[in-house]
Ligand binder design. Structure first.
Ligand SMILES: [Mn+2]
Length: 451
């Protein structure tokens, strides 16, 4: 990525601030067991403004009332002994050459330098819920107090930074869209391979692992979130991640899994028959969900809201549940009671980006629903979940969970479905299930599974 794009992102943030100091900490390592850690995952906000992928770094931006800007970074210092264990560090000397900052210091100087950075500013912007940072901020401010001879402002007006960043992250730039398109391509390979591999007797974890392998092809970074590989009634558990059961003939398989590229997520769900052919009952219910997704997509245009899309999806699903005689009563009466929620309990979409549930607001400053605009990316994921033992549900449908999810980019010329190439129509899915997994793997740039 061009360094200039990080600078312009920082400048866009500073545009919404008259003067003040902004602190954005990166992520640290998290302990997994005794002296081992989970794989490192950078903080999304920090990544957005720096592109830097080391743990334990902090970006500090300063803007004066005259509009002068300084960009500082605190980071792990070079340490040959530690680097032998955990990998090369960039270090404070090199950092200003390659990162979108003016100056860099080792982390151990953070507490000492913070009071000086604060001097003269009235406003402080950071994530107020970050307690670790809050205690450092308080300490630095305290150290500035009580010096009667020196005259300077201190940043006693604290502002929550996350909503400001969330608004910026809402509209993706070209670099972000490129990463999300690449993630979508890897998701396509993964879901097609899953359709090819699935068969009665195959374990959910084999498919889970295959997805992880394929999501790490090319510049992929693996799954953007824990894959859901849910055979049969496991699909009724919305966040099923145990992924350890054998697939059964006659069941459906719901897979919610997406690749990550440059920390950007894709988020895709497909539901298909384990044995490769939809039964008539499966096909009927699948068409209901697919139809509701098509209705939802018809509402996606600049100026629409995610809530409108959700409402139209719920309405069409409620109509279908009434037609199928699962819900009994008038549409108006059942709509009033949110009766569909028993079978469709989740939302139809969420913002997507660096976070799979991207941390951007859904309401504007006036508490109005945000309207869709060019560059926004979100998911469209209607579903139906019909429990076992629910007397209202015909037995042929009991135990079925179906969700279909795509990633949508809003453009000037309409919605662009970034994940449209992943089989979704009944016929396409049955074709994809017939594919030979070896043929799919042999087309990869590094088909090491075959060698
Ligand atoms: Mn989703």
């Amino acid at each position: 990525m061009e360094e200039t794009s990080f600078i312009s992102r920082q400048d866009n943030l500073l545009k919404s601030i008259d003067e003040g100091i902004v602190i954005i900490p990166g992520a640290g390592l998290k302990q997994k067991s005794h002296d081992t850690e989970f794989p490192f995952r950078q903080n999304s906000d920090f990544k957005y403004f720096t592109g830097f992928n080391e743990p334990d770094a902090t970006l500090v931006l300063k803007k004066t009332i005259e509009g002068e800007v300084e960009r500082h970074l605190f980071l792990q210092e070079k340490n040959p002994e530690m680097e032998m264990w955990t990998g090369i560090r960039l270090g404070s000397e090199k950092a200003p050459e390659v990162l979108p900052i003016d100056s860099a210091y080792p982390n151990h100087e953070f507490t000492r330098r913070l009071p000086d950075l604060f001097k003269g500013h009235k406003n402080l912007y950071y994530n107020l819920f970050n307690h670790d940072l809050q205690s450092k901020v308080t300490k630095a401010l305290k150290s500035l107090g009580g010096k009667r001879k020196e005259k300077y402002f201190t940043p006693l007006h604290w502002h929550h930074l996350s909503p400001l960043i969330g608004m910026l992250r809402l509209r993706k730039d070209q670099n972000e869209i490129l990463a999300m398109k690449q993630a979508a391509e890897l998701s396509d390979i993964g879901h097609r391979a899953a359709m090819a591999l699935a068969a009665p007797g195959v374990n959910e974890k084999e498919i889970d692992q295959l997805l992880s392998y394929l999501f790490a092809q090319e510049n992929g970074e693996g799954p953007a979130y824990d894959s859901i590989v849910a055979g049969g009634t496991n699909a009724l558990i919305l966040h099923y991640i145990a992924n350890n059961q054998n697939l059964k003939d006659g069941d459906l398989l719901l897979i919610d899994a997406g690749a990550q590229v440059n920390t950007y997520a894709s988020d895709v769900t497909r539901t298909f028959p384990v044995n490769g052919v939809f039964s008539p009952a499966q096909k009927d219910l699948y068409q209901v969900v697919l139809n509701s997704q098509k209705v939802a997509m018809g509402h996606m245009k600049i100026g629409a809201t995610l809530k409108e899309i959700h409402t139209s999806t719920c309405q069409i699903l409620l109509k279908s549940l009434i037609e199928a005689d699962i819900l009994k009563g008038s549409f108006e009466e059942l709509w009033e009671k949110d009766a569909y929620r028993a079978y469709y309990p989740h939302g139809t979409g969420h913002w997507l980006g660096l976070d799979v549930h991207d941390q951007s607001p859904y309401l504007d400053n006036q508490l109005e629903e945000l309207t869709l605009d060019e560059g926004m990316v979100f998911t469209c994921e209607p579903g139906l979940y019909l429990p076992v033992g629910d007397a209202s549900v015909p037995s042929k449908w009991q135990g079925m969970g179906i969700r279909i999810e795509d990633d949508i980019l809003i453009t000037q010329s309409g919605p662009e479905n970034l994940t449209r190439s992943i089989p979704k129509e009944v016929k396409e899915i049955e074709e994809a299930c017939k594919e030979d997994i070896k043929t799919i793997l042999s087309k990869l740039s590094s088909p090491s599974l075959l060698s």
